[in-house]
Design a protein around this ligand. Sequence first.
Ligand code: CMC
Length: 434
Amino acid sequence: MSNPNTKLTVTTDGDGKSLQLPLMTGTIGPQVADLRKLYDSLGVFTFDPGYGSTASCQSHITYIDGDAGVLLYRGYPIEQLAEKSSFLEVAYLLMNGELPNAAEKEEFDLGVMRHTMIHEQLRSFYNGFRRDAHPMAVMCGVVGAMSAFYHDTLDFKNPDHRRIATFRLIAKVPTIAAWAYKYSIGEPFMYPKNSLGYAENFLHMLNAVPAEDYKVNPVLARALDRIFILHADHEQNASTSTVRLAGSTGANPFACIAAGIASLWGPAHGGANEAVLKMLAEIGSVERIPDFIAKVKDKNSNARLMGFGHRVYKNYDPRAKIMQNTCHEVLKELGITDDPMLDMAMEMERIALSDDYFIQRKLYPNVDFYSGIILKAMGIPTSMFTVLFAVARTVGWVSQWREQVEDPGQRIGRPRQLYVGPALRDYVSLSDRG
Ligand code: CMC
């Protein structure tokens, strides 16, 4: 909403031309200068690589106050949702804006769980991958391939297509993910069981084998459900922005989500949970932590304390606190009284939180710092960590995608640039080049 009483005045030095930019005010958060007329009026672009000062869209879904360490989904604090809600209820909330009543919840849960099976022909698609392929590579491929299997829901302009595609994505991505893992270890694919809860069904598809009975541990299912809630959305992060940019062209939802998965894979984003465990394994023991911290602080080394720091949070990531509690709960349930990884993580956190380097740069543990330890304790292989993140974030991606395509003012995303290459010059024929 634009406030007529507040404006930001921009003046160019050369010709002294100036422009008053309206300041937009959201429900909460900083005001946003509306730059849309800047180029037409003054002939200048803005320069903001990494988008540290840029609001790329208007959204009703998720709010982060990075300085205060606050995360809200549709206004509800993440702490309350993690404690009292369930992942599918959070999915409903993110997609529809309000918590469901009992009938809406039942209908939604059934709607998702009814779509968990994947097209049988997609099974053979897996055989095209090498067995040692990273499951995230398989995810990019198979989720992208959904556009080739579900032709009947590709029209982003059709509300029914959008709704069914959304259900299909939320429901089928866990099956695709679990099968990527089963393929990598050579075990038979396990079909989903729709009578189970969302996280419970995922653990079933991951761990069960047809030859034996398998009972999902309810404490672990609840822990995974909470991990899914914590990862469900995070406003305009790299992968969500990727989904929105792809969506802005009118690309189909399956292609857009596959683009989001590719973007999530990097170690600076969703790949960090895997990177934390690799880092802890490399460090090896509590005694070696001071040497590693010294390396991280050395300007000549590229080492980073993985699972620390965030573009937006300049305070403790609220998700990391919940994750730390969940970690203790899971280890207790599994009877793990002494976990060397957890000991190392807690010691690293202690050192980092009292070290000037981290204090000055406001580097705190993020959501990925403890999630890897929990998942490892639950027996989930490291290569699947980012895949689990993708399963949960699919809900955020589809909610953001739908909000975008349903916005009548949406335009194709097309950033400009500061060009610093050669100016106009004439072609030189090969024989005249030195
Ligand atoms: N370890 C050591 N130093 C760090 C770290 C870190 N993890 N993160 C940032 N810094 C330093 C960085 O070297 C720089 O120092 P200086 O000012 O002396 O050059 C300063 O802090 C600012 O860093 P930046 O790279 O400009 O910060 P950014 O906002 O661009 O990067 C980040 C954010 C998350 C990519 C970064 O903190 C990082 O690489 N963290 C480790 C990877 C990680 O845990 N990622 C998961 C993020 S949370 C889950 C998700 O969103 O996917």
